[in-house]
Design a protein around this ligand. Structure first.
Ligand SMILES: *Cc1c(COP(=O)(O)O)cnc(C)c1O
Length: 380
């Protein structure tokens, strides 16, 4: 019964046989030229013209004041949480439906995730569930929000824009503000997605993007921290470069810093990919429309961009009836060379996080049981 879907996907990607991956990068612009130029310049590590150029591109594109290129999205998140003041034993609100990097970054600081449910429409953190949870389970003392059950500080909130679809980020921002919780956007999957005409990643105190090889554009490995706060922007740059005090020859450091800056070699790739981003997003939005039209005539639900938003549709997703049907689809499509996969195992079900505090997570559980990602590469 899934045969027509596989046939349709093969037709859409003009690949009657052979393997169709979930998401592969496209290098159809200046990638070779810039990477070779970076090699010829001998500046291949974390100093070089392409790193600065890439950061300028991000600033121009998203409209933020500060962009700091990092070695990957996870390191960007790690620093973003430091900027948000997260400390040992703090709680950080996030969603259970996310890639492991979000919870790992929280754990690096010896803080703990606190799981709040997602919205079934956006697949991101639910503003309604967040407000409900904070009202019932927390209290504010001296401008700091505490989780009543354990008396831990809730220092930050990290919603994630799942598969490129924007969460209701303005509402989430308002709620966080009311409770004195710092908002960090994990926009790893949504570089180029707009919510009410504004870029995801730019609503919070800090936002992060990823340029990993499976994301819409890639630098091999890479990430970016963005913020409009001058102090935080400067601190982010300092922390990602071993906290070295600028000097022509002296090596003096004033903090335990990190070697997290993006190498120039990767930035060369990133600059070329940024030049293609708008074109890639057009292509991805077209693909999503083709999927949407196809699934309209079936009893399978296609995940459309939520209201008030313009998604870059990093990964297309469908919802099957239940877990059994989902597993049958995964089995059939993968056996037939069309890659599909379920969403990540929910974070609160992983051994490291199973004891973390949580609200009711019914939506995330339902979505995890039903969702499948379909091939979503830019078509050329
Ligand atoms: C890709 C991704 C990251 C960052 O991953 P890196 O591989 O370290 O760049 C973080 N959060 C989410 C939700 C992601 O999908």
């Amino acid at each position: 019964m899934f045969e027509p879907i596989i046939h349709f996907i093969r037709q859409t990607f003009q690949k009657p046989e052979g393997f169709i991956p979930l998401h592969e990068p496209r290098f159809i612009g200046n990638e070779r030229k810039y990477v070779l130029d970076a090699i010829d310049s001998t500046f291949v590590s974390s100093v070089g013209a392409y790193v600065n150029r890439f950061e300028e591109q991000i600033k121009q594109y998203t409209g933020v004041s500060y962009a700091i290129a990092c070695s990957n999205g996870t390191s960007a998140l790690h620093i973003a949480l430091i900027l948000a003041g997260v400390e040992q034993n703090d709680l950080v609100i996030t969603q259970p439906l996310s890639f492991i990097a979000t919870c790992n970054a929280i754990s690096y600081l010896k803080a703990q995730p606190l799981f709040v449910d997602i919205d079934k429409r956006t697949l991101g953190l639910s503003a309604e569930k967040l407000a409900d949870f904070l009202e019932k389970e927390t209290e504010i003392r001296e401008n700091q929000c505490f989780y009543k059950q354990t008396n831990q500080k809730i220092r930050a909130c990290v919603p994630m824009h799942t598969f490129g679809h924007p969460a209701e980020i303005d509402k989430i921002q308002e709620i966080c503000q009311k409770y004195g919780i710092n908002l960090v956007e994990d926009a790893a999957e949504s570089l180029g997605s707009l919510y009410k005409n504004r870029h995801t990643g730019t609503f919070g105190l800090v936002g992060t993007y990823s340029l990993n090889g499976n994301k819409t554009i890639t630098s091999g490995g890479g990430g970016v921290i963005v913020t409009n706060d001058e102090k935080l922007g400067k601190l982010a740059r300092h922390l990602t470069t071993q906290a070295k005090v600028p000097h022509a020859w002296e090596f003096v450091h004033d903090y335990v810093g990190y070697n997290y800056r993006m190498p120039n070699l990767n930035a060369a790739l990133a600059v070329a990919q940024m030049e293609k981003l708008a074109e890639f997003i057009e292509s991805k939005r077209q693909l999503a429309q083709i999927y949407a039209n196809f699934f309209q005539n079936t009893d399978i639900e296609f995940c459309l961009e939520p209201e008030n938003s313009r998604s870059m549709y990093w990964l297309n997703a469908i919802l099957l009836k239940n877990r059994e049907e989902r597993d049958r689809f995964l089995e059939f499509s993968n056996k037939n060379g069309v890659m599909s996969r379920p969403s990540w195992r929910l974070m609160h079900e992983l051994e490291m996080f199973e004891k973390c505090p949580r609200a009711n997570l019914a939506n995330a559980i339902e979505i995890q049981n039903r969702l499948v990602n379909l091939p979503s590469s830019v078509r050329i």
